[in-house]
Design a protein. Structure first.
Length: 277
Protein backbone atom coordinates (compact mmCIF):
# COMPACT_ATOMS: atom_id res chain seq x y z
CA UNK A 1 0.00 0.00 0.00
CA UNK A 2 2.84 2.40 0.80
CA UNK A 3 4.33 1.77 -2.63
CA UNK A 4 0.96 2.54 -4.27
CA UNK A 5 0.64 5.78 -2.30
CA UNK A 6 4.13 6.82 -3.34
CA UNK A 7 3.38 6.03 -6.99
CA UNK A 8 0.11 7.99 -6.90
CA UNK A 9 1.92 10.94 -5.37
CA UNK A 10 4.57 10.72 -8.09
CA UNK A 11 1.86 10.57 -10.75
CA UNK A 12 0.14 13.64 -9.31
CA UNK A 13 3.45 15.51 -9.30
CA UNK A 14 4.13 14.55 -12.92
CA UNK A 15 0.67 15.50 -14.17
CA UNK A 16 0.74 18.70 -12.11
CA UNK A 17 3.64 19.98 -14.19
CA UNK A 18 1.35 20.04 -17.24
CA UNK A 19 2.08 19.22 -20.86
CA UNK A 20 0.81 15.67 -20.40
CA UNK A 21 -0.42 13.47 -23.23
CA UNK A 22 -2.81 10.66 -22.26
CA UNK A 23 -2.86 7.36 -24.14
CA UNK A 24 -5.80 5.24 -23.05
CA UNK A 25 -6.88 1.67 -23.70
CA UNK A 26 -9.73 -0.71 -22.97
CA UNK A 27 -8.80 -1.05 -19.29
CA UNK A 28 -10.06 2.48 -18.68
CA UNK A 29 -13.60 1.47 -19.72
CA UNK A 30 -13.96 -1.78 -17.79
CA UNK A 31 -15.48 0.09 -14.84
CA UNK A 32 -18.20 1.23 -17.27
CA UNK A 33 -19.13 -2.39 -17.99
CA UNK A 34 -17.17 -2.80 -21.23
CA UNK A 35 -14.69 -5.70 -20.98
CA UNK A 36 -11.14 -5.40 -22.21
CA UNK A 37 -9.26 -7.97 -24.27
CA UNK A 38 -6.91 -9.25 -21.60
CA UNK A 39 -7.95 -8.34 -18.08
CA UNK A 40 -5.58 -8.00 -15.11
CA UNK A 41 -3.98 -11.39 -15.77
CA UNK A 42 -2.71 -10.30 -19.18
CA UNK A 43 -4.19 -13.44 -20.73
CA UNK A 44 -6.26 -12.76 -23.84
CA UNK A 45 -9.99 -13.36 -23.51
CA UNK A 46 -11.69 -15.76 -25.90
CA UNK A 47 -13.42 -13.07 -27.98
CA UNK A 48 -12.34 -13.35 -31.62
CA UNK A 49 -12.46 -9.96 -33.34
CA UNK A 50 -13.80 -9.53 -36.85
CA UNK A 51 -11.16 -8.87 -39.51
CA UNK A 52 -11.59 -6.38 -42.32
CA UNK A 53 -10.92 -9.03 -44.93
CA UNK A 54 -13.60 -11.38 -43.59
CA UNK A 55 -16.13 -8.57 -43.17
CA UNK A 56 -15.78 -7.36 -46.76
CA UNK A 57 -15.49 -10.73 -48.50
CA UNK A 58 -17.85 -13.06 -46.64
CA UNK A 59 -21.59 -12.13 -46.69
CA UNK A 60 -22.43 -14.78 -44.08
CA UNK A 61 -19.74 -13.53 -41.69
CA UNK A 62 -20.89 -9.97 -42.31
CA UNK A 63 -24.50 -10.87 -41.48
CA UNK A 64 -23.32 -12.62 -38.31
CA UNK A 65 -21.28 -9.57 -37.37
CA UNK A 66 -24.21 -7.18 -37.76
CA UNK A 67 -26.54 -9.49 -35.83
CA UNK A 68 -24.07 -9.62 -32.96
CA UNK A 69 -23.20 -5.94 -33.14
CA UNK A 70 -26.84 -4.83 -33.33
CA UNK A 71 -27.56 -6.56 -30.03
CA UNK A 72 -24.31 -5.45 -28.40
CA UNK A 73 -24.74 -1.82 -29.44
CA UNK A 74 -27.49 -1.41 -26.88
CA UNK A 75 -24.97 -2.01 -24.09
CA UNK A 76 -22.39 0.34 -25.61
CA UNK A 77 -24.98 3.06 -26.18
CA UNK A 78 -26.11 2.88 -22.54
CA UNK A 79 -22.58 2.82 -21.08
CA UNK A 80 -21.74 5.82 -18.92
CA UNK A 81 -18.31 7.35 -18.30
CA UNK A 82 -16.73 6.19 -15.06
CA UNK A 83 -14.60 7.98 -12.49
CA UNK A 84 -11.49 7.57 -14.64
CA UNK A 85 -13.06 9.23 -17.67
CA UNK A 86 -14.37 12.09 -15.54
CA UNK A 87 -10.94 12.55 -13.94
CA UNK A 88 -9.28 12.84 -17.37
CA UNK A 89 -11.91 15.42 -18.34
CA UNK A 90 -11.17 17.43 -15.19
CA UNK A 91 -7.42 17.30 -15.80
CA UNK A 92 -7.98 18.59 -19.32
CA UNK A 93 -10.17 21.35 -17.88
CA UNK A 94 -7.30 22.36 -15.60
CA UNK A 95 -5.11 22.85 -18.67
CA UNK A 96 -2.72 20.06 -17.75
CA UNK A 97 -3.16 17.90 -20.89
CA UNK A 98 -1.92 18.40 -24.43
CA UNK A 99 -4.45 15.86 -25.65
CA UNK A 100 -5.87 12.36 -25.35
CA UNK A 101 -5.15 9.49 -27.72
CA UNK A 102 -7.58 6.67 -27.12
CA UNK A 103 -7.54 3.17 -28.53
CA UNK A 104 -11.15 2.81 -27.37
CA UNK A 105 -14.15 3.13 -29.68
CA UNK A 106 -16.82 3.75 -27.03
CA UNK A 107 -16.88 7.57 -26.94
CA UNK A 108 -16.68 7.62 -23.14
CA UNK A 109 -13.80 10.11 -22.96
CA UNK A 110 -15.96 12.74 -24.63
CA UNK A 111 -18.95 11.81 -22.48
CA UNK A 112 -16.66 12.27 -19.45
CA UNK A 113 -15.81 15.84 -20.40
CA UNK A 114 -12.67 15.58 -22.55
CA UNK A 115 -12.59 17.53 -25.82
CA UNK A 116 -9.12 17.03 -27.29
CA UNK A 117 -9.56 13.34 -28.09
CA UNK A 118 -8.00 11.53 -31.04
CA UNK A 119 -9.92 8.29 -31.61
CA UNK A 120 -7.07 6.16 -32.93
CA UNK A 121 -9.32 3.24 -33.89
CA UNK A 122 -12.46 5.21 -34.74
CA UNK A 123 -15.83 5.14 -32.97
CA UNK A 124 -18.75 2.72 -32.81
CA UNK A 125 -21.30 5.52 -32.84
CA UNK A 126 -20.52 6.27 -36.50
CA UNK A 127 -21.10 4.17 -39.62
CA UNK A 128 -19.27 4.51 -42.93
CA UNK A 129 -20.25 3.31 -46.40
CA UNK A 130 -17.35 1.45 -47.98
CA UNK A 131 -18.53 2.45 -51.46
CA UNK A 132 -19.31 6.18 -51.28
CA UNK A 133 -17.64 7.05 -47.97
CA UNK A 134 -20.71 8.68 -46.44
CA UNK A 135 -20.69 8.85 -42.64
CA UNK A 136 -23.90 8.45 -40.67
CA UNK A 137 -24.95 8.08 -37.05
CA UNK A 138 -25.08 4.60 -35.55
CA UNK A 139 -28.45 5.45 -34.04
CA UNK A 140 -29.92 5.81 -37.54
CA UNK A 141 -28.62 2.40 -38.57
CA UNK A 142 -29.83 0.89 -35.32
CA UNK A 143 -33.36 2.10 -36.10
CA UNK A 144 -33.20 0.73 -39.65
CA UNK A 145 -31.93 -2.64 -38.46
CA UNK A 146 -34.63 -2.73 -35.81
CA UNK A 147 -37.31 -2.18 -38.46
CA UNK A 148 -35.83 -4.75 -40.83
CA UNK A 149 -35.60 -7.31 -38.01
CA UNK A 150 -38.83 -6.58 -36.14
CA UNK A 151 -39.42 -10.25 -35.37
CA UNK A 152 -35.82 -11.12 -34.56
CA UNK A 153 -35.87 -13.10 -31.32
CA UNK A 154 -32.19 -13.63 -30.36
CA UNK A 155 -31.30 -12.45 -26.86
CA UNK A 156 -28.06 -10.62 -26.12
CA UNK A 157 -25.63 -12.06 -23.60
CA UNK A 158 -22.53 -10.39 -22.19
CA UNK A 159 -21.04 -7.79 -24.50
CA UNK A 160 -17.58 -8.45 -25.97
CA UNK A 161 -14.69 -5.95 -26.14
CA UNK A 162 -15.62 -5.08 -29.74
CA UNK A 163 -19.14 -4.12 -28.70
CA UNK A 164 -20.84 -7.24 -30.02
CA UNK A 165 -22.27 -10.35 -28.35
CA UNK A 166 -21.88 -14.07 -28.90
CA UNK A 167 -24.47 -15.70 -31.15
CA UNK A 168 -24.59 -19.10 -32.82
CA UNK A 169 -24.73 -19.35 -36.60
CA UNK A 170 -28.33 -20.48 -36.27
CA UNK A 171 -29.25 -17.40 -34.22
CA UNK A 172 -27.71 -15.11 -36.84
CA UNK A 173 -29.08 -16.91 -39.89
CA UNK A 174 -32.35 -14.95 -40.06
CA UNK A 175 -30.89 -11.52 -39.43
CA UNK A 176 -31.46 -8.99 -42.22
CA UNK A 177 -28.59 -6.63 -43.10
CA UNK A 178 -29.29 -3.20 -44.59
CA UNK A 179 -27.04 -1.23 -46.93
CA UNK A 180 -26.24 2.42 -47.61
CA UNK A 181 -29.37 4.47 -48.32
CA UNK A 182 -27.44 6.63 -50.77
CA UNK A 183 -25.64 4.15 -53.02
CA UNK A 184 -26.49 0.65 -51.75
CA UNK A 185 -22.91 0.02 -50.67
CA UNK A 186 -21.70 -2.01 -47.71
CA UNK A 187 -21.95 -0.35 -44.33
CA UNK A 188 -19.29 -0.79 -41.65
CA UNK A 189 -18.80 0.73 -38.21
CA UNK A 190 -16.33 3.60 -38.49
CA UNK A 191 -13.73 1.65 -36.54
CA UNK A 192 -10.42 0.10 -37.55
CA UNK A 193 -10.91 -3.66 -37.79
CA UNK A 194 -8.09 -6.15 -37.34
CA UNK A 195 -6.24 -6.38 -40.66
CA UNK A 196 -7.05 -2.74 -41.42
CA UNK A 197 -4.60 0.14 -41.03
CA UNK A 198 -5.12 3.30 -39.03
CA UNK A 199 -5.36 6.30 -41.41
CA UNK A 200 -1.91 7.81 -41.92
CA UNK A 201 -3.01 11.36 -41.11
CA UNK A 202 -4.44 10.19 -37.76
CA UNK A 203 -1.17 8.45 -36.90
CA UNK A 204 0.79 11.57 -37.87
CA UNK A 205 -1.43 13.69 -35.61
CA UNK A 206 -0.70 11.35 -32.70
CA UNK A 207 3.05 11.49 -33.26
CA UNK A 208 2.87 15.29 -33.35
CA UNK A 209 1.05 15.23 -30.01
CA UNK A 210 3.84 13.10 -28.52
CA UNK A 211 6.50 15.45 -29.82
CA UNK A 212 4.90 18.58 -28.35
CA UNK A 213 4.23 17.01 -24.94
CA UNK A 214 6.36 17.00 -21.80
CA UNK A 215 5.22 13.59 -20.54
CA UNK A 216 3.11 10.59 -21.53
CA UNK A 217 0.60 8.88 -19.23
CA UNK A 218 -0.75 5.48 -20.34
CA UNK A 219 -4.10 4.47 -18.87
CA UNK A 220 -5.51 0.97 -19.07
CA UNK A 221 -3.57 -0.49 -21.98
CA UNK A 222 -1.45 -3.62 -22.06
CA UNK A 223 0.41 -2.05 -25.03
CA UNK A 224 0.50 -5.47 -26.65
CA UNK A 225 -0.15 -4.27 -30.20
CA UNK A 226 2.07 -1.74 -31.92
CA UNK A 227 -0.87 0.48 -32.88
CA UNK A 228 -0.67 2.22 -29.49
CA UNK A 229 2.72 1.09 -28.28
CA UNK A 230 4.54 3.01 -31.03
CA UNK A 231 3.70 6.27 -29.27
CA UNK A 232 5.25 4.99 -26.05
CA UNK A 233 8.37 4.00 -27.97
CA UNK A 234 8.56 7.45 -29.54
CA UNK A 235 8.13 9.14 -26.16
CA UNK A 236 10.94 7.02 -24.74
CA UNK A 237 13.23 7.95 -27.63
CA UNK A 238 12.47 11.61 -26.95
CA UNK A 239 13.39 11.12 -23.31
CA UNK A 240 9.92 11.96 -21.99
CA UNK A 241 8.89 10.62 -18.59
CA UNK A 242 6.32 7.85 -19.04
CA UNK A 243 3.75 6.81 -16.46
CA UNK A 244 1.76 3.60 -16.93
CA UNK A 245 -1.38 2.95 -14.89
CA UNK A 246 -2.81 -0.46 -15.70
CA UNK A 247 -4.14 -3.53 -13.95
CA UNK A 248 -1.65 -6.18 -14.97
CA UNK A 249 1.67 -6.12 -16.83
CA UNK A 250 2.23 -4.24 -20.08
CA UNK A 251 4.65 -4.72 -22.92
CA UNK A 252 6.33 -1.41 -22.10
CA UNK A 253 6.80 -1.67 -18.35
CA UNK A 254 10.56 -1.38 -18.82
CA UNK A 255 10.11 2.08 -20.37
CA UNK A 256 8.05 3.47 -17.50
CA UNK A 257 9.26 6.14 -15.11
CA UNK A 258 6.18 5.51 -12.95
CA UNK A 259 4.49 2.09 -12.97
CA UNK A 260 1.22 1.70 -11.11
CA UNK A 261 -0.85 -1.52 -11.00
CA UNK A 262 -4.13 -0.41 -9.44
CA UNK A 263 -7.81 0.31 -10.27
CA UNK A 264 -7.85 3.26 -12.65
CA UNK A 265 -10.97 5.02 -11.41
CA UNK A 266 -9.67 5.35 -7.87
CA UNK A 267 -6.16 6.37 -8.92
CA UNK A 268 -7.25 9.00 -11.42
CA UNK A 269 -9.87 10.44 -9.07
CA UNK A 270 -7.15 10.82 -6.46
CA UNK A 271 -4.86 12.58 -8.94
CA UNK A 272 -7.64 14.91 -10.10
CA UNK A 273 -8.48 15.69 -6.45
CA UNK A 274 -4.84 16.40 -5.62
CA UNK A 275 -4.67 18.87 -8.54
CA UNK A 276 -8.10 20.41 -8.24
CA UNK A 277 -6.59 23.88 -7.77
Amino acid sequence: MEHVEQSVAALSALVGKGGVLVLSGAGLSTESGIPDYRGPSGIRRNAQPMTYQTFTRDPIARRRYWARSHLGWRTIARAAPNAGHHAVGRLEGLGLLTGVITQNVDGLHQAGGADGVVELHGALDRVVCLACGELSARGELDARLGTANAGYAAVAGEVNPDGDVDLTDEQAADFVVVDCTGCGGLLKPDVVFFGETVPALRVQTCFELVEKSAALVVLGSSLTVMSGRRFVVRAAKLGLPIAIVNQGPTRSDALATILLDAPLGAVLSRVAWDLRG
